[in-house]
Design a protein around this ligand. Structure first.
Ligand code: 1DF
Ligand code: MN
Length: 347
């Protein structure tokens, strides 16, 4: 496929995974010990880290390569730039001190990778939500000193969700720096994973979106966006199902608040869908499917939906062709592939 000829837009892929050698070794050691208390992590990285299947071995190689192989794959599929993020669950399965050290080191390595190929790579900062104050410092360092474009969290951290005020220093710093927080999926938390796990529904087939959609709704109904009205969140996978549910969520939330039936559901300044339309942006990772993308563009705005591939988990040349064929005007096409990402992440 051609790379830059015959089109007047760059293809920027906005949810692209990588991992440091160091973190992969730590995952393998943790799996071996098995004392992490996260069955979703065990199933996910037990597969990608240790299975001898061609899919797992191919992914194991690709996700660690930050030079020739990755660039060749990008060239082969016509991807001009990858926005890189430390793959799920990042450092969130480790205890605080280790997690902080691993996040800093991975951000340093990411900045070095970007410096080697500044026209091909950009990236988001990893951080350890387990240590929110240190996380805020690391996000600030990554953005202001390393030139990273925002931060990313992989949903729950050891079963805890960010509507808990414990985590709010992270929202505070993202809002203050005016950079987006990408909420990437994780396997369902230990307290909800069992019915997923026993049918292998815990990862990207369904558990990811159930977990992440739940997390986002917890943030909204707890009032996070009334407290941090300028906070910008990015969701992958066309919004983890939430755009489809806007009407029902608004309707039911209004009833719950009116009846005062739970202290956990506070009256909000706006409807849940208003926050999803105004504080959120969406990428199409793993959802190269015209009806879903068109729906999200129509509902959330053509200026809020960005292309993503989800390399190397989803690396399909045909999907890029399908995205090129989306029913969009030339101007909308350029927004989708290029200028929305440039604006939202300040690339
Ligand atoms: C998978 C999919 C794994 C996505 C991922 O990270 C991931 C997968 C561990 O297929 O198991 O980021 N994804 O975003 O769809
Ligand atoms: Mn992903």
């Amino acid at each position: 496929m051609s790379t830059t000829h015959h089109r007047d837009y760059k293809r920027i892929a906005t949810e692209e995974g990588w991992i440091t050698k160091e973190l992969m070794d730590r995952y393998l050691a943790l799996l071996e010990r098995g004392d992490h208390g996260d069955p979703g992590f065990q199933n996910l990285w037990g597969f990608f880290g240790t299975s001898q299947s061609p899919r797992a071995r191919g992914l194991f190689e690709r996700i660690q390569d930050m030079d020739a192989r990755r660039l060749a794959d990008m060239d082969a599929t016509g991807i001009d730039m990858q926005l890189l993020m430390l793959t799920s669950p990042g450092v969130q399965v480790f205890e605080s001190a280790d997690a902080c050290a691993l996040a800093s080191s991975s951000n340093d390595q990411l900045a070095e990778t970007i410096a080697r190929h500044p026209h091909r790579f950009s990236g988001l900062a990893a951080f350890a939500p387990q240590a929110p104050e240190a996380a805020a410092v690391e996000i600030e360092r990554s953005v202001n000193r390393l030139g990273l474009k925002g931060a990313l969290v992989n949903s729950h951290t050891q079963g805890r969700y960010m509507d808990d005020e414990f985590f709010w220093p992270i929202f505070e710093v993202c809002e203050a720096l005016d950079v987006p927080l990408y909420i990437h999926p994780n396997t369902p938390s230990p307290q909800m994973v069992e019915p997923f796990l026993s049918r292998c529904l815990d990862a990207a087939i369904f558990g990811f979106q159930a977990e992440t959609g739940l997390h986002v709704l917890r943030l909204i109904v707890s009032g996070v966006f009334d407290r941090f009205p300028k906070l910008k969140i990015v969701l992958g996978h066309c919004g983890e199902g939430l755009p489809f549910w806007l009407y029902r969520i608004d309707f039911m939330h209004a009833g719950i608040v009116r009846s005062g039936r739970s202290e956990g559901a506070k009256p909000l300044k706006r409807k849940p869908s208003d926050y999803l339309r105004e504080n959120f942006f969406y990428t199409t990772s793993g959802m190269a499917w015209e009806p879903a993308i068109t729906f999200v563009q129509q509902q959330m705005g053509y200026d809020r939906v960005m292309y993503a591939m989800d390399y190397p988990y989803q690396f399909e040349a045909d999907e890029v062709k399908a995205m090129d064929a989306l029913p969009l005007s030339p101007e909308q096409k350029k927004m989708f592939f290029q200028t929305n990402a440039e604006r939202i992440f300040r690339l």
